[in-house]
Design a protein. Structure first.
Length: 134
């Protein structure tokens, strides 16, 4: 949902000041203009069940925030894993200021080559839930 995206990206700026977040969903950034280290994020909702009775009722959106960290090959694969570990540590048990959105689980980084072969990449999956009254 838009609320999850906005809350996470607002938190990113202060939580990860040395790692710029770039939009790559339906966009292709100019890879020649990217810094040596950067990240992108995708949001994968998996459900939105009603979890309470009454009106208004609580609906609980659940899903995964997938963060992919990129570093230039000359910086080494360990740099990608180190930055991905930092993302995991910073957002483990994170809640937005309203406590409606929270990270429930932060998985260990998973590494792999980026599609164009110009970057080392490591991804972190953050399971979230967002409770809202409707």
């Amino acid at each position: 949902s838009l609320q999850v995206r906005q809350a996470f990206e607002a938190a990113w700026g202060s939580a990860m000041p040395g790692l710029q977040l770039y939009a790559t969903i339906n966009e292709e950034p100019d890879r020649n203009m990217l810094p040596d280290n950067w990240a992108t994020v995708d949001y994968l909702p998996s459900g939105d069940p009603q979890v309470s009775l009454g009106s208004p009722a609580c609906f609980r959106e659940q899903g995964t925030i997938l963060v992919v960290v990129f570093v230039l090959p000359g910086l080494g694969y360990s740099q990608a894993i180190t930055l991905a570990d930092q993302v995991r540590d910073v957002f483990r048990d994170w809640k937005d200021p309203t406590s409606e959105i929270e990270i429930l689980q932060a998985d260990p980084p998973d590494g792999g080559a980026a599609s164009d072969g110009r970057w080392f990449a490591a991804s972190v999956s953050l399971s979230y839930q967002y409770d809202r009254l409707v």
